[in-house]
Write a protein that binds this ligand. Structure first.
Ligand SMILES: [Fe+2]
Ligand SMILES: [Fe+2]
Length: 156
């Protein structure tokens, strides 16, 4: 079994907030690896698992909002994967006696790396298209900015 997990550039979805959240999930997974390998207390393992769950659920919500905002067509099936992951991790958390820490960690790591590389990458073109559109919509507003300020100065 690997002794740690680290961020890889190919996990990137090219969007700052989502990359930051994915990096944070990798960091929590790495802490879990550490606890499992140094034979840490089960209480510490549970604490990190709770943190992972809490953080992942918040990330899923953010990612789902972003997918909807950019009109990602496979939103429903992507959300279904998130929901299934949420349910499975919660079930493991409730029944830690049924699975070893090694196996649970392997499941979490495989799910995360596969999901980020295969599923999350699918929304990347939609997200970048929406970002480009937003930039071109913002440009004219910025262009009239100085005129507005000039108008205010004249009026005042
Ligand atoms: Fe996702
Ligand atoms: Fe994600």
């Amino acid at each position: 079994m690997d002794k740690h997990i680290s961020w890889k550039d190919y996990y990137s979805v090219g969007e700052e907030s989502l990359d930051a959240q994915h990096k944070q999930i990798v960091a929590i997974l790495d802490d879990l690896y550490h606890v499992v390998h140094v034979g840490g207390e089960q209480a510490e393992f549970k604490r990190l698992l709770d943190r992972l769950l809490q953080y992942t659920v918040a990330h899923f919500e953010h990612e789902e909002q972003m997918m909807q905002a950019c009109g990602f067509p496979d939103f429903d099936s992507h959300k279904a994967e998130h929901d299934q992951m949420r349910r499975r991790t919660l079930a493991y958390r409730e029944h830690l006696e049924l699975i070893t820490a090694h196996d649970l960690l392997r499941f979490l790591k495989e799910w995360f790396t596969e999901h980020v590389r295969a599923q999350d990458q699918c929304y990347v073109p939609y997200l970048s298209a929406a970002a480009r559109q937003q930039r071109s919509a913002i440009a004219p507003t910025q262009a009239i900015g100085p005129i507005d300020r000039l108008g205010q100065t004249t009026a005042g």
